[in-house]
Write a protein that binds this ligand. Structure first.
Ligand code: F6P
Ligand code: MG
Length: 475
């Protein structure tokens, strides 16, 4: 690759990496094993009840394959804890196997091919691609997302914040014409939206392995007051620069490189809805999902489709204790989700891959689940780069996208963001909205980062701080 960063990558023994390797990965892997056990148990019960021979054979095969996957994952957990070598991924006909295996050879040459010695970003991406290969190797589990039930469960607990935001949007609708004609008002709401969409990233299942449901709810608290309190946690704030760029657009396309399903995706959709419905600047939004189960909570095509259906289902949030939602508030949500469904039908909201894409689809989208930093985009995925160049603004959501934008290397934190994204800078207008969950951070004034370090703040990793980083197009 032609671009070489002047600093080494973070490795798993750096703060957030260490916690990930020692604590989070085992929890995540164990939860996949539990999920599969439950599913196999359920299939075994079905098997008992099944009268028909052909159906029985299929179920038996399915249970046997499920147990094989459990065996492989258990072995993986054992080897990971003992810092064993990362094994090559079996050729499974899906993208990126060669890419990962070539990376392993290079790491082996440097004696950095074990779980604790490989670069953290590489090892973590490899883990999810390896897990995927265990499912691809089967007949019955090819389309299985082991994280689906945890995504759905957590989203169900976001009901309060979802309803609150739906009502805010409903209030906006009342003044739609006035709003569209008044840039000063749009500016205020635009910035509110950016912050709402930013803090939506605080909810991430791979990080929240130690938080209670109440903690999660608090992270999702929305509204002006909560945002005012949070603004002091935004250590780089390019809201003004993004606004100056966006207000010059006319009927443009905006892209979201998505992060997490559930509440974060909901906030992305609210932001997208605001841009196309209430401003003259944007007329189309393209969403880029992942195509394999990724970092637990990332959006797959099916999550995108299901989220809108869940919002339209009046019972989806209703089994929650303490929910007290009036019919009017339910109607606010319903009206908004109906509009989104229409936008999808009309192509105003578009997914970058076909809506019905199964897991593992071979597409340009596979770039997002490679281990590469995004500064290689033009070189490695020129068609995707050319497509994004048509966008009026590409919004990269979340922590992992930020790590890939900056290569997850040890930049001094006062390095300008434009420098840290290498050759990606200037290809298209780029906005990153990220709450800090991993060590890499740039664009933070030296005195600010040094003060936080002296005070013992875990500002790089604890999810309480955030960065809003914008770079305009120049190329
Ligand atoms: O280990 C925690 C972690 O998986 C990080 O590696 C990753 O950057 C982050 O959580 C995922 O966060 P997000 O969903 O915001 O990208
Ligand atoms: Mg994520």
């Amino acid at each position: 690759m032609s671009f070489k960063a002047p600093y080494p990558p973070y490795d798993p023994l750096d703060t957030a990496g260490y916690d990930t390797v020692i604590r989070r990965w085992p929890i995540i892997i164990t939860s996949v094993i539990d999920e599969l056990h439950n599913k196999c148990h359920f299939l075994s019960l079905q098997l008992k009840d099944s009268a028909e021979e052909a159906g029985k054979a299929e179920l038996e095969e399915s249970v046997a394959e499920g147990n094989q996957i459990i065996g492989k994952i258990s072995k993986l957990k054992y080897e990971m804890a003992r810092d064993r070598e990362l094994e090559p991924i079996d050729e499974d006909g899906e993208p990126n196997v060669e890419v990962y295996n070539k990376g392993l050879e290079e790491l082996k040459a440097e004696a950095k091919n074990t779980w604790f010695t490989a670069p953290w970003l590489y090892a973590e991406c490899y883990l999810y691609r390896l897990l995927r290969s265990y499912f691809t190797a089967t007949k019955h589990w090819k389309l299985y997302d082991p994280f689906l039930s945890s995504k759905t469960k957590t989203f169900k607990h976001s009901g309060d914040s979802v309803y609150k935001l739906a009502t805010t949007v409903y209030e906006l609708a009342k003044n739609k014409d006035e709003l569209r004609a008044d840039p000063a008002k749009i500016e205020v709401i635009f910035k509110e939206m950016i912050q709402m969409c930013l803090w939506g990233n605080a909810t991430d299942l791979s990080l929240l392995t130690h938080l209670t449901e109440d903690d999660i709810k608090n992270l999702q608290t929305v509204g002006k007051d909560a945002q005012a309190v949070r603004s002091k946690f935004i250590l780089k704030d390019d809201q003004e620069e993004v606004w100056n760029h966006v207000k010059g657009l006319k009927g443009a396309r905006v892209d979201f490189v998505l992060d997490n399903a559930g509440f974060e995706l909901f906030t992305d959709l609210v932001f997208a809805d605001f841009l196309v419905t209430y401003t003259p600047f944007v007329s189309k939004v393209v969403f880029h999902p992942k195509v394999i189960p990724w970092f637990v909570s990332d959006v797959l095509p099916v999550d995108f489709v299901q989220t809108i259906e869940q919002l339209l289902d009046p019972t989806f949030f209703s089994d929650l204790a303490g929910k007290d939602t009036s019919a009017a508030v339910e109607e606010h949500l319903h009206a908004m989700a109906k509009r989104w469904r229409t936008y999808v039908e009309q192509g105003v909201f578009e997914l970058s891959v076909p809506l019905e894409s199964p897991i593992g689809v071979d597409a340009e989208a596979a770039f997002w689940t490679s281990p590469y930093p995004y500064w290689n985009l033009q070189e490695l995925s020129p068609a995707l780069a050319d497509d994004l160049k048509k966008s009026g603004l590409v919004i990269f959501k979340g922590d992992l996208n930020y790590r890939k934008l900056t290569g997850d290397v040890k930049w001094p934190s006062w390095t300008p963001f434009i420098e840290a994204i290498g050759p990606l800078a200037g290809l298209f207008p780029l906005l990153s909205l990220r709450t800090n969950k991993a060590d890499v951070a740039v664009g933070v004034p030296k005195e600010v980062s040094e003060k936080l370090d002296q005070e013992g703040e875990k500002w790089r990793v604890d999810g309480r701080y955030a960065l809003i980083s914008f770079v305009p197009a120049t190329k």
